[in-house]
Design a protein around this ligand. Structure first.
Ligand code: HEC
Length: 152
């Protein structure tokens, strides 16, 4: 009985720590462009509100695309929420660990009311799946080719 309580507590604290880590990573590495409210700056930096759950709704490919954008960057013209962006998001693979990438992706999946739009089967990103994607070593333009296939 005591042992199972300890396990439940450890898991709950682990989830809390991951959520705190995700917010910290967002504030340090993402907020300057995508803004504290996740709405970006129309025409310059695209929003993450509504967009992230929508991409997660595309299934496993959408999930991988989000990992790729953070690890490898994104360069090319995209249309998001009625505005056009033709700019470059820098890659963060060299600065962020697998744990940090998983944490920040879970954060942007749930922040700003995105949690209410998530597909039912959504599960938090794991460091292991980030590690697998890291091995693919894509360029920002290759990520853009994926973007066109999956999102547009
Ligand atoms: C220097 C500015 C900048 C920073 C910092 C930045 N991004 Fe971006 N991000 C962009 C731009 C610009 C695009 C669109 C690129 C294009 O036009 O092809 C983008 C696109 C995205 C997308 C694609 C979905 C969409 O339409 O918004 C996601 C997801 C994303 N960024 C997440 C993040 C996360 C998570 C971080 C922090 C780890 C981050 N970004 C940091 C500029 C930035």
């Amino acid at each position: 009985m005591k042992k199972s309580l300890a396990i439940v507590l450890t898991l709950a604290l682990g989830a809390l720590a991951l959520a705190a880590e995700g917010e910290k990573v967002y504030q340090t590495y993402c907020m300057s462009c995508h803004q504290a409210n996740g709405k970006g700056i129309p025409g310059a930096f695209p929003p993450l509100t509504e967009v992230v759950p929508e991409i997660l709704g595309k299934g496993a490919e959408g999930r991988q695309l989000l990992i790729h954008v953070v690890l490898f960057g994104l360069q090319g013209q995209i249309n998001v929420a009625g505005a056009t962006y033709n700019s470059m998001m820098p890659p963060f693979g060299n600065q962020l660990s697998d744990e940090q990438v998983a944490a920040v992706l879970d954060y942007i999946a749930k922040a700003w009311g995105n949690d209410k739009l998530l597909p039912k089967e959504y599960k938090p990103f794991t460091p292991d799946e980030v590690k697998v994607e890291r091995g693919k070593k894509l360029s920002p333009m290759q990520v853009y080719e994926e973007w066109k296939k999956i999102v547009e």
